[in-house]
Write a protein that binds this ligand. Structure first.
Ligand code: NIG
Ligand code: FE
Length: 432
């Protein structure tokens, strides 16, 4: 059997039930999720405390949307005749949202992981043409079919971790046709997980442009961005603003071009050094400023004022052996909404495990349980520009996770082993 045939076979045999059932219900499913032990609504007025917890709860879903939520003893009569699903007294939460990933890539960088442990920095590896540029080369050599397959496989892992929406950045193309190719392939992906595409053409300076950076920035602004917008492949633009990537001036030019084309923006900000990335994100009222290990006080004030979400990626700090975690406490106390994400990518964080990042948020970022849950639901939705999901209340999309756990506190506590038992996407059972 050729490699292609084997890939094709796997593509068609992987979890077929999930997708078939999902596709048959374009308007979403209708049912009652009953016998919920603890339901985390994320709407304080609906239940106890900041997580709005309802005990012994039920949720009525109509055509993919939440129609009713409350104590099961109060379930209105009109919902009692339909189909019932049993949560078996487990914890139920909104589907998690991962608001920062670089999922579409090919090839391993395990060699760099071990080099870093021996003292070579992420920046040094990038300088010599490794890092992002290495993934760019390996991705270019991979067929469309294989890239789609690999990305789908990663998304299915996310689903098992209770994640129902994933933002995915391009950025391993760095050239107009290659960037468009990645964004086009994202449209072909078929899993129950919703994907939000973000254009990240300014992820690294390709080697051949190192002595003419201006030319590359111009290409991003005048070629890539208009092509992305015209082909409607993404409506969010991100830029890696860092001494190892794009200067504040270069980043500003790119964000300005994106803004003028009607795109929303994001910034990889103050990751490797204090650099003014957060201030830049605030200037553009960006959806999010991400990383923020070295954010300044002025940057924090700017983000709070602009309503820009601070996306923290503790897995990347851990995996790159950097040891300096962002100061979540200062950001939250300064009025910034904080989200948490995996950053899933082959270089700085090779993981789909968002619940594990919730453990890091507790231990390393000193966030409270309520802050951690907001960071992977409501705040993550905002960082993606989504207002139809992230909490459980009438009219929201019925993205629901029944966990192998009893309480909200169990998920960070399970330390790498938290799993979804059942997942409903738009009210359709896609796992379990
Ligand atoms: O968010 N900082 C830039 N981009 C990624 C790393 C991507 C890579 O190393 O391939 C990040 O950490
Ligand atoms: Fe990133």
């Amino acid at each position: 059997m050729t490699r292609l045939t084997s890939v094709k076979r796997k593509l068609h045999s992987a979890d077929p039930r999930d997708l078939d059932e999902y596709k048959q219900k374009p308007h979403g499913g209708s049912f009652v999720l009953d016998r919920i032990g603890q339901c985390v609504t994320m709407v304080p007025r609906l239940g106890e405390g900041p997580l709005g917890i309802i005990r012994d709860a039920a949720i009525a879903v109509m055509e993919g949307k939440i129609a009713w939520i409350g104590e099961r003893s109060e379930l209105p009569r009109e919902y009692r005749r339909g189909k019932f699903e049993n949560a078996d007294h487990a914890l139920v939460t909104p589907g998690l949202i991962d608001c920062h990933t670089h999922l579409i890539f090919s090839g391993s960088r395990s060699d760099e992981f071990y080099e870093r442990l021996n003292g070579t920095s992420y920046e040094k590896i990038a300088e010599r043409g490794g890092g992002i540029l290495k993934t760019v080369r390996m991705t270019a050599k991979t067929s469309d079919r294989s890239l789609v397959f690999k990305t789908e496989r990663r998304l299915k892992k996310f689903l098992r971790y209770g994640v129902t929406t994933v933002e995915i950045k391009s950025g391993y193309g760095l050239e107009t046709e290659r960037e468009l190719r990645l964004l086009r392939l994202l449209k072909k992906i078929q899993t129950p997980v919703d994907t939000i595409p973000t254009f990240l053409g300014a992820h690294a300076i390709p080697t051949e442009y190192k002595s003419n950076r201006k030319k590359f920035v111009k290409e991003v602004c005048n070629e890539m961005l208009p092509a992305v917008v015209e082909s409607k492949l993404a409506s969010i633009c991100d830029v890696f603003c860092d001494p190892a990537a794009f200067t504040v001036e270069e980043s500003r030019a790119i964000l300005k071009a994106a803004y003028q084309l009607g795109m929303q923006t994001k910034v990889h900000a103050d990751q490797l050094a204090p650099f003014g990335g957060a201030e830049l994100a605030a200037e553009f009222k960006s959806l999010s400023a991400d990383h923020l290990e070295h954010v300044s006080d002025a940057g924090i004030r700017g983000l709070a004022k602009a309503g820009t979400v601070g996306v923290l990626l503790p897995g990347a700090v851990f995996f790159t052996n950097k040891k300096q975690y962002p100061n979540a406490r200062k950001l939250i106390d300064g009025g910034v909404r904080v989200a948490i994400s995996t950053d899933c990518n082959p270089g700085s964080c090779n993981s789909e495990n968002l619940p594990l990042m919730m453990t890091f948020a507790a231990v390393e970022l000193k966030m409270t349980l309520a802050e951690i849950w907001a960071a992977v639901t409501t705040h993550a939705a905002r960082a993606c520009g989504l207002s139809d999901r992230g909490d459980l209340q009438p009219f929201r999309t019925a993205d629901l996770v029944v966990w192998s756990a009893k309480s909200a506190a169990d998920i960070p506590y399970q330390f790498g082993s938290a799993r979804a038992r059942i997942v409903f996407k738009n009210g359709v059972k896609v796992l379990g």
